[in-house]
Design a protein around this ligand. Structure first.
Ligand SMILES: [Zn+2]
Length: 71
């Protein structure tokens, strides 16, 4: 399977499933919690639905295994 941590989501408008890949190894956790992710400075990625054209926003969070690194 390799190391790709592809996430599957559904379009927020029409429900069409799509897959989105993490930008790098540091950001391996996907989230749609906008407020939380904006506050953390997570990586924002946009995916345009092939079916309806809606832009779905997914955030990629830094790994949380080493909380000391957050300082
Ligand atoms: Zn859609």
């Amino acid at each position: 399977m390799g190391s790709t941590k592809t996430k599957r989501y559904g379009c927020t408008k029409c429900g069409t499933p799509f897959e989105i890949d993490p930008p790098d190894d540091l950001h391996a956790t996907a989230s749609r919690n906008v407020k939380e992710c904006e506050a953390r400075g997570d990586v924002k990625m946009e995916y345009t639905c092939k079916n309806c054209g809606t832009i779905n926003i997914v955030y990629w969070c830094r790994r949380t295994k080493f909380p000391a690194c957050y300082a």
